[in-house]
Design a protein around this ligand. Structure first.
Ligand SMILES: CC(C)(COP(=O)(O)OP(=O)(O)OC[C@H]1O[C@@H](n2cnc3c(N)ncnc32)[C@H](O)[C@@H]1OP(=O)(O)O)[C@@H](O)C(=O)NCCC(=O)NCCS
Length: 164
């Protein structure tokens, strides 16, 4: 899939050749960044997909997920610190929802730090609901994770601005 978003921005599926750029962005965005082995191991499997937001050849954001039958799990979503609050996170989410519709995914789930207001707000805007918590899930701070889930049928009821 290659989705044209704007003149200089496009969303493409990333592969092993993008790992250097992924690792750089990962280090800029997370306190517990994934390493090369983690990306490489998952990328060799058929279920792991990474949508990348490219601008003039530079990776500005990505959304990684696992897709198995009618379920998808968001593994990570990140936008370069200098490119945030410009709608790139929403564009990546809309690209995921487009993929899920085409491939018959019914449910999308994810884990997010309880303190991560920007991410929780983004997910709630797409209709994600809290379905559980994992105590002391994050090893660096001991913070709990919220488990959020979206039933794709609910995404159809979103306000026009969020629709894909
Ligand atoms: C979460 C993240 C991906 C959002 O990306 P973004 O490109 O800035 O998001 P957008 O500009 O598309 O904003 C989408 C929505 O997110 C929410 N949001 C984004 N930044 C926010 C902030 N600083 N405070 C509160 N809400 C915020 C809002 O609901 C916003 O919708 P609105 O513009 O209609 O109010 C980005 O902040 C990021 O990379 N954070 C670090 C990595 C991370 O925590 N990832 C989540 C892992 S689960």
């Amino acid at each position: 899939m290659v989705e044209l978003v704007e003149q200089e921005l496009c969303i493409v599926f990333l592969n092993q050749s993008h790992i250097r750029q992924l690792l750089k962005l990962e280090a800029q965005c997370f306190t517990l960044p994934w390493d090369e082995t983690q990306f490489s191991r998952l990328m060799t499997g058929e279920h792991f997909k990474v949508l990348g937001m490219m601008e003039c050849g530079e990776l500005r954001g990505y959304l990684s997920f696992l897709h198995v039958r009618d379920q998808a799990e968001i593994m990570n979503l990140a936008v370069h610190p200098g490119k945030r609050q410009k709608g790139l996170g929403k564009k990546l989410m809309k690209a995921l929802l487009g993929y899920c519709r085409i491939h018959g995914v019914q449910w999308i789930s994810l884990e997010v730090r309880m303190s991560n207001v920007p991410a929780i707000s983004l997910y709630q805007g797409f209709g994600f609901k809290e379905v559980g918590r994992r105590e002391k899930y994050y090893t660096d701070t001991g913070e709990d994770a919220l488990v959020l889930q979206l039933e794709l049928a609910d995404a159809l009821k979103l306000p026009f601005s969020q629709k894909i």
